[in-house]
Design a protein. Structure first.
Lengths: 523, 781
């Protein structure tokens, strides 16, 4: 591996370029399975970024990337432990070491953490600082609930969090006193309208390292072999690569794939990365559908989907953590096909379909026909997922999805249920119900659907539906839940659905209820 | 401008001495230290079976894997193949017999972490399975124990129970807990000349690591230096457990002559290392109409895992805390230390105390539900008295009872009674969501129960330029010990804390140091450092008096200066003069806790120097359809004596509380039928996150908290006690569940109260209510 520091210039296509502390780092011949965390700690010996789990779940490794979004720059926290170095190409990387001002003074985020006693053992602290830094750079002072959400992926075992939450507020008030370089001011409402001079300068620097052609990198593996990594920039090139390298792993956000390397010690000898294909970042809504390109991150899709389906928004709020959602794609969630993936029950209940592509040919497949068996999908060799199409619901459609976990934030579902139906003169129509965590694939509750379809929405229909659920599924016991709990909660969620959609006046959730406002209407 | 005082006085909210390094990523943990050229990285090969003989081990595939430099197993240990304490039952490498899934069998050193971890997976081990014992019930049935059963008796419990108007008997359980320090275990061994070894170990007990490493190498203590600047959390998990990793690093370093680092990944760490003990508790209690306990029997059985480790003192502490805040005239406590084929359990903040307290708080709650009384009233009626009803089951007199100050005040400030009423009203009208509230007290004994551990040494070096290095036997794991001890020294010498550098815990500076544990860090090391500072202060004063020709009484340390008669001498000037005047500027200090003694065979005496007290009120709301819940509000009043540093103490209280809450709510250890731990990473083992913090979280330090005993500046230990305040969360959840049956029956809820556990308790309650209704309606018919 060779690393050279240089200013941006046209570079050969086997070279990764990213910005770190104002300099362009160009890398060639690096093992594409190298994580950003290991690269920072072992190669650059920037040891401020810590490893707490190597699986994206503790936040000790959090770093921030600045990336171009049109003429704007977005600052996003990511988990460096499961991101591969080549995905940094074209971005600016910030680590905890990047934050002190040139005169050595602490950044307001850091200063606030000191003043609020936000660190005890300090091992989680760099990760918290970086999550807070991303927030500081991208939103005006949020409320506590939002701060909790921002920090959902950062574990601290010492403080109990209160001082860190205090620091998250304090940092906005510490802003520039003008002396020294510790004057990085926080994001202000005015920044939304217009980029600041600093942002414009950063945009320029990032533009200089964008590429038009494909990146094709080779690097050594551990035992003398070679690995390859492709990052095409057009769908056509992507289609071509996937077709000619059917064994290559398609890499989107890497929040599933990263763990194959860090936890299972797998060799990913060929990788094709989607993240540079602008065409796959479409996120559009027309009269009938929301179109979600395969490279759209959950962070980006979250708001739009939530506007149309508040419970999907709430589910995505609790899906993993911000750093994971900043990388993870809905496409990756769907393509990975885990029986406990959270997007699928909702998408299936809502009748979503997939656009699959091979070479120049595309086909559309309903999502509920995509899953064949445990971790086996209808995706063929040489084929990839181009888009997810989510039909907009008619105004009278009820939709709910419930995610059941041990811990509300950043936890994998024991059970995730989703329900969609219309009521015609109090009769259930177009009932679609899907549960995750209950079978080897995300699976519709067909017997329950039948028991409900066309029936009046009342207690006896509910009872029949609950009973049918027992026949629909034969769940397993694991560390997330027993068989009995899975069965029971599956039934009880149907009751919750009934109460929430049949005009029952009481409170139904311990967390804030996103549907509350529009109950009965299009919810 | 003249300074009127100093920075860093005792009692001020001084920031953590490393805060600026934590936030900038500059604080060095062991994995951050520069590595010498040729540093090797080791991985440990683990048992895949819970209980088996090893028929054969083929390590050749490991040896021939790319990048591998050395492989060692049981036969390759030149000294003692053991890291256990007094009981030699904890091998570094399993020798013929494996006793839990994850037990260390061999280790491989390679040129990179990844090479080592991959190579470790290549061993071919043939096992002959033996029947494993995987839970407490089976262990009891088979009489499988790591240590003999202990009993503690006062009065005649059996008779008193029989004579009581009311009697309740039952059994309940609660699980263990993973420490989940954010920095995993790590050891980094650097070979020195003449076979000596320097080991950087993330350890709460460097001197123990020193001894274990020396024994493993076949050497003596003088040949091994163990150092630890800071840990990224310990919580008891780094009391005995680091010795394994340190020994392996040292063994490989000694064989290869190269620096060797052992850093297990999170999963390996969680599978291999000990946790809090899970318990089964049986009780039998007799009480009167007012709920006052007349006689009580407890039988504790804990899951100790495959070896004794610290299970003896941990289980002892359970027995010492089965009274918590309550007076028992007639009591019999039995404690079984069960041997299971699971990882050997160890210290975790509270050290058995939380389990004892959980047990008695459970009983208090049951009595209240039986009598249809407010549990708080039952608790209050059973409190230790002041002047009477003040003898513990182990015969120590409770001399410093603060609960009469704490509980009434908290009851008032938390508005407990009104909220209880409001909650009842809420529950009467809310079908799906139910609220619950509970107030529970804490009385926690301070001192190591092993009396000889209650000693500490310190070393202070003053340089001629007026700066100091401070060292003591305590270790820094985030609890702020170094900061507090530095404050003590700054206060003693009346100098700015900025003059003081806290130096790493180091067996080469203070010998035979105790573990930093039992909440005793600042009590012991603060006193030792104060003694060292006093010695130096006296020397300096004597020298100054002579130098400036005044009486020693006319020398005063004040405002970061030394006032000699009318003259105000800068501290650095005096130290420089003292050096020129050939005054010794280094001193050691020593402290041993007075008054304590206790007889291990009868478990009687005064094991504790004093008690720390606190109480908490928690309120929760649960969803009866899913078992999900939120902790809505928590009020805490806690006694830290005269706080050495209120900001740090607050951090210990809040952090301890949230950690305790994790133990009793979302943190579930789950083993499958083969004895494999399935919750071995944060993806499956869920500690609290920011949003789990109570929405309203009021924490106050008790104002009148001066310690009766002359501890360091009359402060009190604060590391462990607050963890147990979270028992209130568990009981608030139980209270909410009980409201499902309008408080008619007591729920059977085990710990941790995961949403599943809560929902199952509701189901169980509904079934029992239905059965009861069936009975009554039959009776009517
Ligand atoms: C800490 C943590 C928390 C998590 N929490 C949740 C959670 O709460 N709920 C949940 O559902 N999941 C969760 N996950 C899993 C994961 O984040 C999601 O599955 C995520 O959506 C995967 O998307 P990705 O873009 O990262 O996929 P990647 O990891 O890049 O890919 C996943 C799989 O999909 C394939 N793939 C990706 N894109 C395509 C494509 N366009 N065409 C064909 N194949 C493709 C890949 O080849 C791979 O097999 C969590 C993961 C972590 C690490
Ligand atoms: S190391 Fe835990 S999230 Fe990356
Ligand atoms: S300060 Fe120790 S984990 Fe957060």
């Amino acid at each position: 591996m060779t690393a050279t520091k240089q200013s941006g210039s046209a570079a050969p296509s086997d070279e990764i370029r990213f910005i770190l502390d104002g300099e362009v780092i160009s890398l060639r011949g690096i093992d594409p399975n190298t994580t950003v965390l290991n690269y920072l700690r072992e190669t650059l010996r920037r040891t401020g970024t810590k490893e707490g789990c190597a699986e994206g779940d503790c936040g000790a490794c959090t770093v921030v990337v600045g990336e171009l979004d049109g003429d704007r720059v977005r600052f996003r926290a990511i988990n460096s432990c499961i991101q591969f170095v080549p995905t940094l190409d074209g971005k600016q990387l910030f680590t905890v070491e990047s934050l002190r001002a040139p005169d050595g003074s602490l950044h307001p985020v850091q200063e606030a953490m000191v003043e609020c006693h936000g660190s005890q053992c300090g091992f989680c602290t760099p990760g918290f600082v970086m999550s807070l830094f991303a927030m500081y750079k991208s939103e005006p002072e949020p409320d506590r609930a939002r701060i909790n959400d921002i920090l959902a992926g950062n574990l601290c075992r010492c403080t109990g969090y209160r001082p860190i939450l205090d620091a998250a507020e304090r940092m906005y008030r510490l802003a520039s006193n003008g002396n020294g370089g510790g004057a990085d001011r926080p994001y202000a409402a005015s920044d939304a309208a217009q980029p600041s001079a600093a942002e414009r300068a950063m945009t320029e620097r990032l533009r200089a390292i964008q590429r038009t052609g494909r990146l094709a990198l080779t690097g050594p593996d551990l035992s003398g072999g070679q690995r390859t990594y492709y990052a095409p920039t057009t769908v056509a090139d992507l289609a071509d690569l996937v077709e000619t390298h059917p064994d290559a792993h398609i890499l989107a956000g890497g929040t599933d794939i990263g763990l194959w390397v860090t936890k299972s010690h797998m060799d990913l000898d060929a990788i094709i990365y989607l993240g540079n294909v602008e065409e796959l970042k479409v996120l559009e809504v027309d009269d009938s559908h929301i179109e979600i390109g395969a490279a759209v991150t959950i962070t980006d899709a979250h708001e739009l989907i939530g506007e149309h389906f508040p419970d999907m928004g709430e589910m995505y709020r609790r899906f993993a953590s911000p750093p994971i959602r900043n990388a993870a794609t809905i496409g990756g969630n769907v393509a990975n096909g885990s029986p406990i993936g959270d997007s699928m029950p909702g998408l299936i209940a809502l009748g979503a379909s997939l656009v699959l592509r091979r070479g120049a040919k595309t086909r559309e497949l309903p999502l509920d026909e995509f899953y064949l068996a445990y971790q086996k999908t209808a995706l063929e060799a040489g084929e990839f997922l181009e888009r997810v199409r989510l039909p907009l619901a008619p105004a009278d459609r009820h939709f709910r999805t419930y995610k059941i976990t041990k811990r509300f934030d950043q936890d994998i579902s024991a059970v995730c249920g989703a329900y969609s139906f219309r009521l015609e003169e109090n009769r259930l129509r177009d009932v679609r119900i899907c549960y995750g965590g209950m079978a080897a694939i995300p699976q519709r509750a067909s017997q329950c659907e039948t028991a409900l379809e066309g029936k009046p929405w009342n207690d006896s229909t509910l009872a029949a539906g609950m009973e049918a659920l027992d026949r629909d599924y034969a769940p397993i016991e694991d560390m997330r839940a027993s068989v009995e709990y899975r069965r029971l909660v599956t039934r009880n969620l149907l009751r919750k659905l009934f109460l929430e959609t049949s005009g029952w006046p009481g409170e139904t959730r311990v967390l804030e209820h996103p549907n509350r406002q529009g109950q009965g209407a299009r919810t | 401008m003249t300074k009127t005082t100093i920075n860093g006085r005792v009692g001020t909210p001084q920031p953590h001495e490393s805060a600026h390094l934590h936030v900038s990523g500059e604080a060095q943990y062991i994995d951050d230290l520069p590595e010498p050229i040729g540093t090797l990285h080791a991985a440990i090969g683990m048992s895949e079976r819970a209980h088996a003989r090893i028929r054969s081990i083929d390590l050749d595939p490991v040896r021939s894997a790319p990048g591998v430099v050395d492989v060692i197993a049981a036969g390759d240990v030149p000294g003692a193949n053991d890291i256990g304490g007094p009981v030699k039952d904890d091998p570094i490498f399993a020798d013929g017999l494996v006793q839990y899934v994850g037990q260390s069998v061999f280790a491989v050193a390679a040129i990179s972490v990844e090479h080592a971890r991959r190579a470790a997976r290549l061993a071919v081990i043939e096992y002959q399975d033996l029947e494993p014992i995987l839970d407490i019930d089976t262990a009891l049935e088979k009489q499988s124990f790591v240590l003999p059963t202990m009993t503690m008796v006062r009065g005649d419990a059996k008779k008193a129970i029989q004579r009581s108007p009311h009697r309740l008997r039952d059994r309940f359980r609660f699980g263990g807990q993973e420490q989940f320090y954010l920095e995993g275990h790590i050891a980094f061994a650097l070979p020195k000349e003449d076979g000596d070894m320097l080991v950087h170990s993330s350890s709460q007990h460097p001197s123990e690591v020193q001894h274990v490493v020396a024994h493993a190498l076949g050497k003596t203590a003088k040949d091994v230096v163990v150092e630890c600047r800071r840990m990224g959390g310990g919580f008891g998990g780094k009391e005995t457990q680091p010795a394994l990793f340190a020994s392996i690093a040292a063994l490989l370093a000694s064989r290869t002559g190269r620096a060797v680092k052992v850093r297990p990944d999170r999963d390996t760490d969680m599978v291999m290392t000990g946790k809090r003990h899970g318990y089964r508790v049986d009780y039998d209690v007799g009480f009167d109409e007012d709920g006052q306990i007349k006689g009580i029997e407890f039988v504790f059985a804990s899951r100790c895992g495959m070896s004794a480790d610290l299970s003896g003192p941990v289980n002892d502490r359970t027995m010492f805390h089965a009274d918590n805040a309550y007076y028992f005239e007639n009591v019999a406590i039995t404690s079984h230390r069960c041997k299971t084929n699971t990882v050997s359990n160890t210290a975790f903040r509270g050290f058995g105390g939380p389990q004892g307290m959980m047990a008695i708080e459970w009983v208090m709650d049951e009595i209240a539900r039986f009598l249809k009384a407010d549990p708080l009233d039952i608790r209050t009626r059973n409190f230790y008295g002041i002047g009477d009803r003040d003898i513990t089951p182990y015969r120590m007199k409770v001399e410093d009872n603060r609960l009469m100050d704490i509980v009434p005040e908290l009851e008032k400030t938390s508005d407990y009674r009104n909220r209880r009423r409001e909650i009842d009203e809420f529950n009467a009208s809310s079908e799906l969501l139910k609220k619950g509230i509970a107030l529970t007290p804490v009385k926690f004994g301070i001192s190591f129960t092993a009396t000889h551990y209650n000693q500490a040494g310190a070393l202070i070096l003053i340089y001629s330029d007026g700066t100091l290095q401070l060292n003591h036997g305590g270790t820094e794991m985030g609890q702020g010990l170094f900061t507090k001890v530095a404050q003590v020294v700054a206060e003693e010498l009346q100098i700015d804390i900025g003059r003081i550098r806290c130096t790493p815990s180091d067996t080469a500076r203070v010998p035979n140091a105790s573990a930093t544990a039992a909440s005793s860090g600042s009590d012991l090391n603060g006193m030792a450092a104060q003694a060292a500072a006093r010695t130096l202060k006296e020397r300096l004063a004597k020298f100054a008096a002579a130098e400036y020709g005044v009486a020693p009484e006319q020398v005063e340390f004040r405002d970061d200066h030394v006032h000699v008669g009318d003259e105000k001498v800068p501290f650095a000037e005096l130290t420089n003069r003292a050096w020129l005047g050939r005054v010794s500027l280094s001193a050691t200090g020593f402290y041993k806790t007075p008054k304590i003694h206790y007889d291990r065979s009868t478990l009687t005496g005064r094991p504790f120097y004093y008690f720390a007290y606190g109480a908490a009120v928690s309120e929760v709301v649960i969803d009866v359809l899913t078992g999900e819940y939120k902790v809505a509000r928590v009020d805490i009043l806690h006694d830290v004596g005269e706080s050495l540093n209120p900001a740090i103490d607050m951090g210990q209280i809040e952090g301890g509380f949230i950690q305790g809450m994790g133990w009793l709510t979302t943190e579930e250890l789950w083993w499958n039928a083969k004895g494999e731990l399935q919750t071995h990473a944060p993806s499956t083992y869920k500690i609290p996150v920011a949003s789990d913090m109570p929405e309203v979280f009021n924490v106050q330090l008790l104002r009148s908290g001066r310690n009766n005993e002359p501890t360091i500046h009359r402060s009190k230990a604060v590391g462990e006690p607050p963890l147990m305040l979270a028992i209130s969360v568990f009981h608030a959840i139980k209270d909410a569940v009980a409201s499902v049956g309008r408080q008619r029956l007591s729920p059977r809820l085990s710990g941790p109260a995961t949403p599943e556990e809560v929902l199952m308790a509701i189901e169980d309650l509904n079934r029992r209510l239905a059965a009861e209704n069936g009975r009554t309606s039959q009776g009517v018919a």
